[in-house]
Design a protein around this ligand. Structure first.
Ligand code: C5P
Length: 391
């Protein structure tokens, strides 16, 4: 059992801290809460006390507690301090070393590791002052999680949403060094598109943001796996604890996958281009006649891996489908000799977005996960993989 001191900051996302407490308790941790003045406008001490089964601390000037325990004790008794949600204002005060309430005072008076989960309006998150404060806090050794991207309570869209509670719980376990369900396992993940050059300035590609694959790599690392992420060209930060190999073309991706073996699990999320341009040419000049491209087939990385002599014991493929999703995915599973196919219904707004509906097609049947954030799909899949390896 680990002891977590949870500081609940102000903001509409504060209600999600209730779910976080529930998840942390389920994982066997003890949670003690500090509610800021701002936070108390969104959740009540009663809610937090009931869920944590402990007293909730709200003020620096509570003489009884100062005498009995004091704010320094409060933070020193914890294995980890979690600030969830952390607002732009609270981050600014933390970055500046301000100590003008119970939360900031005990954050200043401790050397216990701190993890903060931000939630705020997208403009606040991308404001130069917040960017500076986040960099300062990270430089000070505080783990500031990346917020999720999506529709916000204020009606805007972008990064700034609180990460899903299950993803925060995973990050907490990782910070505590207690998530080891996949310790000692090597997992290989491919993600993103591939780019197949037509000439030095143009390329063929599939539509893929790489978000789902990167989230899966991060979720697997959070369970203690050694993760090799073979990434096509995408502009995404490398998830914590993941070894990343950047590639451009399908043939490079195939080579990087082979070089990363042996692995216990392979999760092939990349949207690999099916063809490359057969003849590499100099830059094609605009002329009267449009050029004719001669294409040649790319290697099927998933099918090759699933039939290889050193095949990972669990091979998982993805399938983006627009109709008869499960039927097509089941056929693909047999054709490519994958153990599982995660079928994506891409008839909606999945591409580049944050939500995903997937169907896990296995030998025994199908399990459907409807409209979940990609981060949640990732943590659920990582859990399912851990379950499969344990049986
Ligand atoms: O055949 P399709 O492209 O729909 O199959 C998708 C699955 O196969 C994904 O897991 C993808 O990563 C993998 N794939 C691959 N190499 C290719 C094409 C697809 O690994 N050349």
């Amino acid at each position: 059992m680990k002891r977590i001191l949870l500081i609940v900051g102000g903001g509409i996302a504060a209600y999600k801290s209730a779910e976080l407490i529930r998840l942390l308790r389920k994982r066997g941790h003890a949670v003690r809460c500090v509610l800021t003045e701002g936070g108390s406008h969104f959740v009540t001490p009663m809610t937090l006390a009931a869920l944590s089964e402990d007293k909730v601390y709200t003020t620096l000037w509570d003489l009884t507690d100062e005498a009995e325990m004091g704010h320094i004790q409060l933070s020193r008794q914890a294995d980890l301090i979690v600030v969830c949600p952390v607002t732009a204002d609270l981050m600014a005060r933390m970055a500046a070393g301000v100590a003008d309430d119970l939360a900031t005072t005990l954050l200043l008076a401790t050397d216990t590791p701190v993890l903060a989960a931000p939630a705020m309006n997208v403009r606040m998150w991308t404001h130069a002052a917040t960017v500076r404060n986040v960099a300062q806090l990270r430089g000070d050794g505080i783990t500031v999680l990346e917020p999720d991207e999506g529709a916000m309570a204020c009606g805007e869209y972008g990064p700034g949403r609180l990460p899903e509670p299950v993803a925060i719980a995973e990050a907490i376990d990782r910070a505590l060094g207690v998530s080891d369900r996949l310790a000692g396992r090597h997992v290989l993940v491919t993600a993103g598109p591939t780019h197949e050059p037509i000439d030095p300035v143009r390329y063929l590609a599939n539509r893929s943001s790489g978000k789902q694959g990167f989230a899966i790599a991060g979720a697997l690392a959070a369970l203690g796996a050694r993760v090799t992420l073979v990434a096509g060209p995408v502009m995404l930060p490398t998830p914590a604890g993941v070894d990343r190999v950047d590639v451009e073309t399908a043939r490079e991706m195939a080579g990087a996958v082979e070089a990363a073996l042996p692995a216990d699990v392979a999760v092939m999320v990349a949207a690999v281009a099916d063809w490359h341009v057969a003849v590499a040419v100099q830059k094609v000049k605009k002329g009267a006649m449009p050029p004719v491209l001669t294409l040649a087939e790319n290697p099927d990385i998933l099918a090759t891996l699933a039939s290889a002599a050193n095949r990972p014991p669990l091979v998982i493929g993805f399938a983006a489908e627009t109709e008869r999703v499960i039927e097509h995915a089941a056929a693909k599973r047999l054709r490519k000799k994958a153990d599982w196919i995660v079928a994506n219904d891409v008839s909606g707004d999945v591409m580049g977005g944050d939500a995903n509906t997937v169907h896990i097609v296995r030998e025994g049947g199908v399990e459907s996960w409807e409209r979940l954030p990609k981060a949640t799909v990732a943590t659920r899949l990582a859990d399912a993989i851990a379950d499969a390896l344990e049986t």
